[in-house]
Ligand binder design. Structure first.
Ligand code: PAF
Length: 283
């Protein structure tokens, strides 16, 4: 695996490969890698000649500074995992390399409703930060294929919008890969590392509350089932930011379902200090 720390060197290297006709897949990460990330690397390896991954804990997307400070960093283990997975290139930039003019962005990304719904509402500024870093990474790597995990459902939609805003949607294809789960159903996440043993046991309730919605939803009003799912978490001591049943395309919350529209159920809840998110496509 080749390691790049400098944006310019990586940019020039990728350019040279693409001029030789090599297809490039890109898996951006914030490290603390788990099998979910590795499955993205595997998807990229199947579709491309070269797979590039990046590890950069992006300060601008953390609306809570404590969350940034506590974000797990496991760089040596990450490098080993990427090598074993057959990743060709790792980009490991410094903050100065990503933000040569400082982290305060002058650019505002027009994300429409995504900015105020769900994660947008509970993590103000988060998606502007995600766009800021992904914009920069895409300018450096300009991949043919970008790989994202469905676990961050709304982020996938935001990045699709960003790619449109950047005018590169005909050049960079977005591949959304299924969420990987532990054997009990808990969605794999870097944040799971921060759970105590007792919290880890409880954490599966997020998946179970979403599964409850999936298994019991019928056409008509959706609030009763949604409130039951929220109670499944709050009764066990979770602080629920939201559980929402929403249009799978626009993420607009629905309180009445016609039985046909494609839906997604999404959840975000704190177990003590750790905030977990998950989602399930319902139909
Ligand atoms: O999903 C993540 O790990 C991050 O939000 C991303 C896309 C790497 C941007 O920092």
């Amino acid at each position: 695996m080749i390691l790049f720390k400098k944006a310019n060197s990586l940019h020039q290297w990728v350019d040279a490969q693409q001029r030789k006709g090599q297809k490039v897949g890109f898996v951006p990460t914030m490290g603390a890698l788990h099998l979910g990330h590795i499955s993205l690397i595997e998807s990229s390896r199947k579709d491309n000649d070269i797979t590039i991954s990046s590890i950069f804990v992006n300060p601008t997307q953390f609306n809570d500074p404590k969350d940034f400070e506590k974000y797990p960093v496991t760089i040596e283990k990450d490098i080993l995992q990427l090598e074993q997975a057959g990743c060709d290139v790792l980009f490991l930039p410094s903050v100065e390399e990503i933000y040569p003019n400082g982290t305060t962005s002058k650019q505002h990304y027009d994300l429409g409703e995504m900015e105020t719904l769900l994660e947008g509402k509970f993590r103000p500024g988060h998606y502007q930060g995600v766009c800021q870093v992904v914009h920069r990474l895409l300018e450096i790597v300009h991949p043919d294929n970008l790989y994202l995990g469905q676990k961050d459902y709304q982020q996938c939609m935001v990045i699709s919008r960003l790619v449109e805003l950047m005018g590169i949607n005909d050049k960079t294809n977005i591949n959304i890969c299924p969420t990987l789960r532990e054997t009990d159903g808990l969605a794999m996440s870097s944040r799971n590392m921060r759970l105590s043993e007792a919290e880890r046991v409880k954490a599966v309730l997020i998946f179970q509350s979403l599964s409850y919605i999936k298994d019991n939803l019928v056409a008509g009003e959706t609030d009763t089932i949604k409130n039951k799912a929220i109670a499944m978490l709050s009764d066990e001591g979770f602080r629920v930011d939201y559980i929402e049943i929403a249009d799978a395309k626009t993420l607009e919350p629905l309180s009445n379902w016609d039985g046909k529209k494609k839906l997604v159920a999404l959840a975000a809840a704190f177990l003590n200090e750790v905030r977990l998110i998950d989602n399930l496509l319902l139909n």
